[in-house]
Ligand binder design. Sequence first.
Ligand SMILES: *[C@@H]1O[C@H](CO)[C@@H](O)[C@H](O)[C@H]1NC(C)=O
Ligand SMILES: *[C@@H]1O[C@H](CO)[C@@H](O)[C@H](O)[C@H]1NC(C)=O
Ligand SMILES: *[C@@H]1O[C@H](CO)[C@@H](O)[C@H](O)[C@H]1NC(C)=O
Ligand SMILES: *[C@@H]1O[C@H](CO)[C@@H](O)[C@H](O)[C@H]1NC(C)=O
Ligand SMILES: *[C@@H]1O[C@H](CO)[C@@H](O)[C@H](O)[C@H]1NC(C)=O
Ligand SMILES: *[C@@H]1O[C@H](CO)[C@@H](O)[C@H](O)[C@H]1NC(C)=O
Length: 494
Amino acid sequence: MARLLLSLLVCVLCSCFVATAKLPNIVFVLVDDWGFADVGFRNPAISSPNFDQLAKTGLVLNRHYVFKYCAPSRASLLTGRWPHHVYQWNLATDATAGTNLNMTMFPAKLKAANYSTHMVGKWHQGFFDPRYLPINRGFDTSSGYLCGWVDHFNQKQGCAVDCWKNNAPDPRNGTYDSYYYRDDLTNIVNNHDANNPLFIYLPLHNVHTPLEAPKEWLDIYPANSTCKTRHTLQAMVSVADNVTGHLVELLKKKGMWDNTIMVISADNGGAPCSGSNYPLKGCKSTFFEGGIRSLAFVNGGLLPESRRGQSTDGFIHIADWYTTFCKLAGVDPDDSGTGKFPVDGLDVWPIITGENEKTQHEEIVLAYNFNHSHPEQGALIMGNYKLIVGPQGYGCDSLMWSPLDYPCNDGSKGPDCDPYCLYDIINDPTEKKELSKENPEMLKKLLDRYNSFSKEPRDMQDQGYHSAESLPTDRNACDYMKANGGYWRPWKNL
Ligand SMILES: *[C@@H]1O[C@H](CO)[C@@H](O)[C@H](O)[C@H]1NC(C)=O
Ligand SMILES: *[C@@H]1O[C@H](CO)[C@@H](O)[C@H](O)[C@H]1NC(C)=O
Ligand SMILES: *[C@@H]1O[C@H](CO)[C@@H](O)[C@H](O)[C@H]1NC(C)=O
Ligand SMILES: *[C@@H]1O[C@H](CO)[C@@H](O)[C@H](O)[C@H]1NC(C)=O
Ligand SMILES: *[C@@H]1O[C@H](CO)[C@@H](O)[C@H](O)[C@H]1NC(C)=O
Ligand SMILES: *[C@@H]1O[C@H](CO)[C@@H](O)[C@H](O)[C@H]1NC(C)=O
């Protein structure tokens, strides 16, 4: 912290900080569909020595909130907006849509401070038009895949292969994806000019479906240690652990770790029939805590000594990293302008350093659905309370309260929040007691606030809201891919 304050001071005094003071290296690791208890330090059935060490010597974020599934969590992180202000749906591979181009993603902001910016892993922010590609949204380089999931071993996605590097298909398809991500990280760090600050976004494919892991990682667990899906998931966590640990080793070897801040988080809770969110209720695709209160922790040399081995109860939303990273880089996070909501994220660095853990949102808007006749859902956290509006899907009716090491049989179906659920998530973090009847005043207070979002400009809401049925897709996309080499790529210029 002292170093950082000094950097900022130098910056103010001579406004030549880019050349003189060292801006921090920033790394964000996003683990896909990673359950709250799918890590060794919360669950002895998982082998994750690197994550465990990073958490043990780092700061665990007890109340880190995300969207209930993939793409909106990523859009929220990258643009600093609440999901309903940017993007609230998952894109199909042939979707002709993507995250609002008028919003600046923070890697583009970091470019203003001369950061080298790299992405390795899953994009899922649109690619039908080349303007939506990672390298056109602030990344110097990107590798990985563009849609929501692919086969881990052969990168097949429906009618074509999704394996992409910068501006072109990547012919390395046919290798377990985490292995070539590891190679890319080695090249990025080793080729980096350490005079410049570095940003790496590592949205890993693991532990998202299809549940697939290399034999050498399955073999580190006893045969039949649990059921097959759970065994594969255990191995997939261990692979994610290995890739993350590899990146830490690279940064240490290069002498960059001491000036690095690394955030590790899930994009949403563990999925039904494979992940465990014990002791939280619910799973991915629900607004119960198991779907949206993510496994998350911070490490890196910039974390103050006094915070190591600690945890914080400060409320953080994934959108907050936008503002926090801009501030760390000395860049103005403002991104207001015609036709778009301004940035919602807060600078949560004071929570991380412990300087002021109350620097947090008074409310977190997890999602908002302006179309009340559509069975989508919304949710809002305010103080101790969380309101959930609308029925919650359960996947395979399971994981309402998943066991610590998920034994693969379906759990029982819980309450479905139709029309509402109200919970005191501070005093009842596992959401055992539904309060909407018992506490109508609190219900009204949160509902009034929730309903007030309907007054936000509708044309701006429309950018963030689509029902799955109204998402634009292109039925001819596959013909294009087949006629153009068999790899997914942009196929339209609008
Ligand atoms: C920004 O990075 C470039 C490329 O490494 C370097 O040439 C330039 O000096 C840097 N600018 C500043 C202001 O540090
Ligand atoms: C694991 O389970 C399978 C299927 O039930 C069984 O065929 C196999 O023998 C078991 N292996 C061990 C080592 O127990
Ligand atoms: C990652 O896995 C490889 C292969 O098992 C191993 O050699 C290496 O030490 C592991 N690295 C980390 C950081 O866990
Ligand atoms: C972006 O901004 C321009 C100019 O304000 C506007 O015409 C356009 O509709 C906006 N695009 C989106 C996706 O909001
Ligand atoms: C609202 O949802 C209903 C039911 O899905 C749908 O028929 C209707 O078109 C939607 N209205 C708007 C404005 O999106
Ligand atoms: C990689 O994908 C291309 C395009 O679909 C395909 O032709 C090729 O056979 C794939 N290679 C491997 C090793 O799977």
